[in-house]
Design a protein around this ligand. Structure first.
Ligand code: LCS
Length: 402
């Protein structure tokens, strides 16, 4: 469980590492090694048998990676953590660990496109079915759970629709059936939301996003009970092999140190832009968890510290209008990914969620006019100037009808 520092802002900097253990090095050393030497053949035997602590080979564990794993576990208030080479390596390791052929998964009504792709693959290859559920009604959730359901898989806020799910309610229902709740906490980070404290069981992150914060690493993290994490570490991670490199683990440890400061600024900027976007005539709908007028704001208030840095909105027009708006931006970059210092914008229907068949995608609330904005750390005024000039290029479209 780590040192147990009282405050998050201290844990992000100190958990999982003590300079006294490393010749006083303030920064965590990068153990850039594939393997570890044994003092004797017998020691090698003891390590492989699990009778002696110590490192063997970097796919099975590495000190730099371990510091990251201990830090994320402490931040999520979990027993243990595990780092992966991508968010999808983390998602697939967890889902494969929790299922066998012919099982069933209940999912939130909306998932990142590649998670959707993985579920499709699991269905086609192993007959592991899934059902989507809005999870806004306890009874409907109970009805969606089957005798062979082995987990509930939730994103909240959901990428990219920003819908939120009441995690306490989902955890309560799951307990009745004795099945674990997996939460993809990528959008919130443990600074804004800690699902384990709300009764959920397993956390997944695409650490590529806010945890890294600088757009230079692809990585994933999982947090959960010690036994579960050890099981994943010795099976779906060890034998499938989606591990993180020591250098990338080091970059994540560095990024984490500023997570609270960055999240406060992302949220500050997003709140400013949300207010502006809401009032603009070229925009029909704006979706932001920090929207105090939204009927689900009560859920947000009860489980999130702030609304975060992501906003989605619908252009009052067509897919082509949405693309024209993106093309007109000068400061904001057209790119998938999120959580970076740079503000990024993308069109989910043709980019991150394009693998989802149109009918299912529309049911999830991902229209052809929907745009996702990952609000960065720049001056919000400069960002708004850019958005405003971009929206102005769409002007006068309705004049013909007057
Ligand atoms: N979970 C969520 C909620 C995500 O948004 C992503 C990636 C993943 C898992 C997978 O993580 P990765 O393997 O990329 O580290 N989301 C992306 C997005 O919205 N734009 O680009 C990638």
């Amino acid at each position: 469980m780590g040192e147990g520092y009282k405050n998050f802002e201290t844990s992000v900097i100190h958990e999982g590492y003590d300079s006294k253990d490393h010749l006083g090095s303030l920064s965590t050393p990068i153990f850039q090694t594939s393997t570890f030497t044994f003092d004797s053949a017998e020691q090698g035997e003891r390590r492989f048998a699990g009778n002696e602590d110590g490192y063997i080979y970097s796919r099975l564990g590495n000190p730099t990676v371990k510091a990251l794993e201990e830090r994320i576990a402490a931040l999520e208030k979990g027993e243990a953590g595990l780092a992966f080479g991508s968010g999808m390596a983390a998602v697939s390791a967890v889902l494969i660990a929790l299922t066998k052929a012919n099982d069933h998964i209940v999912c939130s009504q909306g998932l990142y496109g590649c998670t959707f792709g993985l579920l499709k693959l699991m269905k086609e290859k192993y007959n592991i079915h899934h059902d989507f559920c809005a999870m806004d009604d306890e009874q409907v959730l109970r009805k969606t759970i089957q005798p062979n359901t082995t987990c509930i898989y939730v994103e909240t806020p959901i990428n990219p629709t920003m819908k939120v799910i009441d995690l306490r309610m989902v955890a309560k229902v799951a307990k009745e059936y004795g099945i674990p709740v997996v939460v993809d906490n990528t959008f919130s980070t443990p600074y804004l939301q800690r699902p384990l404290e709300l009764g959920c069981d397993i956390i997944i992150h695409s650490a590529t996003k806010y945890i890294c914060g600088h757009g230079d690493v692809v990585a994933g993290l999982v947090v959960g009970k010690k036994d579960f994490i050890q099981g994943v570490s010795l099976t779906t991670q060890k034998d499938i092999g989606g591990i993180i490199s020591p250098f990338d683990a080091w970059l994540l440890l560095r990024g984490l140190k500023t997570l609270p400061v960055r999240m406060d600024r992302h949220t500050f900027n997003a709140e400013k832009l949300f207010e502006k976007l809401k009032q603009h005539p070229e925009i029909s709908n704006v979706y932001y968890p920090g929207d105090r007028t939204h009927p689900d704001y009560g859920i947000v208030e009860s489980q999130m510290k702030q609304g975060g840095g992501l906003i989605s909105f619908e252009i009052n027009g067509t897919k082509e209008d949405a693309q024209k708006f993106l093309n007109s931006l000068k400061l904001i970059k057209i790119a998938v990914s999120l959580g970076d210092a740079e503000t990024l914008i993308q069109h989910p229907a043709t980019m991150t969620h394009s693998v989802i068949p149109e009918e299912t995608r529309l049911k999830m609330g991902i229209s052809n006019q929907l745009i996702r904005l990952s609000v960065g750390l720049e001056s919000w005024e400069d960002l708004w100037d850019d958005i405003e000039q971009g929206l102005a290029t769409l002007g006068n479209r309705f004049e013909i009808q007057i």
